[in-house]
Design a protein around this ligand. Structure first.
Ligand code: C5P
Length: 419
């Protein structure tokens, strides 16, 4: 193991058939360097035995709030404080209802109320139950309170039917809740000696001295990518629009406001860049005429003429002998089609696509994405953006190495540098 401290996870198992997968889940969490304390509900004991779980986790299983011996060893409040994460898998409709209502009749629900750690649940139930409005209301309540909802997956169910309600596979749950394995544990740093440039955050386009046009991007994904690229051994330059989050340590950064400033900062520093990742939500337009004084509300209607901004990513992708380019595509529909269109039209090497809107994507801590490149694609289920960034950097490093051997990019005419 690395010198990183071990992640402490309370794994709550509730009474669904998918509980049979939990010994495997525990094994994989432990492989990723986690300590796992199992807490079983009464009905979970119908599906999986304490003996098995104790053997795999290496810790006595907790089942009862009133167990004097276990409480003497570590009281439930102490246990709630011990955890870095509470993971409930499988999570039944029943536990979701209890958590949503704040009821705490047993050890697991009590721990959930008493902990300050994040709570993630992997729901598993019959698809009709999952789509029941009561369950969906509880899901929404929990999501609004910051619970991470992992899955469920769509597919064949133990009841013989098919639909959304399967528990995510142990591997996908593990990827979603654990930090990426430290680079030192998997061999030499995959991006050692490489220069990586990342754009992040929103841009803002002034209209007058006090007003601007912007978007909801938080910068979280781009900043997490910068930190992961740094951890993978790269020298990182982060070019960021206004974001209210701390800059990662150990990366060079340039702060900009408008898309045209971002464009200029990118091109002023692009020469030795090996990999360019466009994670910024760049404004598509700027005001043709920025008023020198505050615009007065003297007219019923007001029109602002907008002029298209330069496409930064596309301009980098068209540079002769330019870097390996990775774009992002935030879409509200037809993800695959739009992402592929951008991969081709912008002459990119890779594109990371995600659905946004209805509480997804922007300004959230979690994201689920699909990545496309010319010869393949890979899907990443909903997970924390920091974990996702680690996975994406690993994939980018892999594809970058392949691109060095086979240059698949066609050369397109470069875009004139405006302003
Ligand atoms: O075309 P669309 O805006 O959806 O493309 C998104 C991708 O292009 C992102 O990677 C974003 O950072 C980049 N982009 C850019 N400059 C623009 C518009 C988008 O670099 N003016």
């Amino acid at each position: 193991m690395s010198c990183m401290s071990r992640q402490k996870i309370i794994l709550g198992i509730t009474g669904g058939i998918a509980a049979y997968k939990t010994p495997e889940l525990i094994r994989r969490l432990k492989d990723r360097g986690a300590d796992v304390q199992v807490v079983l509900t009464r009905s979970a004991r119908e599906f999986v035995t304490e003996t098995t779980l104790q053997a795999v986790s290496g810790l006595p299983v907790r089942t009862n709030l009133w167990d004097k011996e276990a409480e003497a060893a570590m009281g439930h409040i102490e246990l709630a404080r011990w955890a870095d994460l509470v993971l409930i898998a499988p999570a039944t409709a029943e536990i979701m209802a209890r958590l949503a209502s704040g009821a705490a009749p047993d050890l697991l629900t009590t721990l959930c109320l008493a902990t300050g750690a994040p709570i993630a649940i992997a729901p598993a139930m019959n698809h009709v139950m999952w789509s029941n409005p009561a369950v969906q209301e509880n899901r929404q309540k929990l999501a609004d309170r910051g619970f991470r909802i992992l899955g469920p997956a769509d597919g064949d169910q133990a009841c013989g039917e098919s639909g959304p309600g399967r528990m995510l596979e142990p591997d996908d749950i593990v990827k979603a809740v654990t930090a990426p394995i430290a680079v030192a544990e998997v061999g030499p740093a995959p991006l050692a000696g490489k220069n990586v440039m990342i754009t992040a955050g929103p841009t803002i386009e002034p209209i007058d001295p006090v007003r601007f046009i912007s978007n909801r991007s938080s910068g979280k994904m781009g900043y997490a990518l910068a930190a992961s690229a740094r951890d993978a051994g790269a020298s990182v330059i982060l070019i960021s629009g206004p974001a209210n989050i701390p800059l990662p340590d150990g990366v060079d950064s340039i702060s900009v406001e408008s898309a045209r400033e971002m464009f200029a900062a990118v091109h002023a520093n692009i020469d030795d860049v090996d990999i360019f990742v466009g994670a910024a939500a760049v404004g598509d337009y700027h005001a043709a005429d920025v008023k020198p004084e505050k615009i007065k509300k003297s007219h019923e209607n007001l029109s602002i003429t907008l002029v298209k901004n330069p496409d930064i990513l596309s301009s980098v992708a068209r540079l002769k002998d330019g870097p390996f380019t990775v774009g992002f595509a935030a879409e509200t529909e037809n993800l695959h089609e739009h992402a592929f269109g951008k991969l081709e039209n912008k002459n990119l090497d890779m594109i990371v696509a995600n659905l946004v809107g209805k509480g997804r994507g922007f300004d959230k801590d979690d994201n689920a994405v699909e990545v496309f490149w010319h010869e393949g694609e890979r899907a990443f289920p909903l997970m924390n953006k920091k974990t996702l960034a680690g996975e994406l950097v690993t994939l980018i490093a892999e594809r970058y190495q392949v691109s060095l051997q086979t240059d698949t990019k066609t050369e397109l005419p470069s875009i004139a540098v405006r302003d």
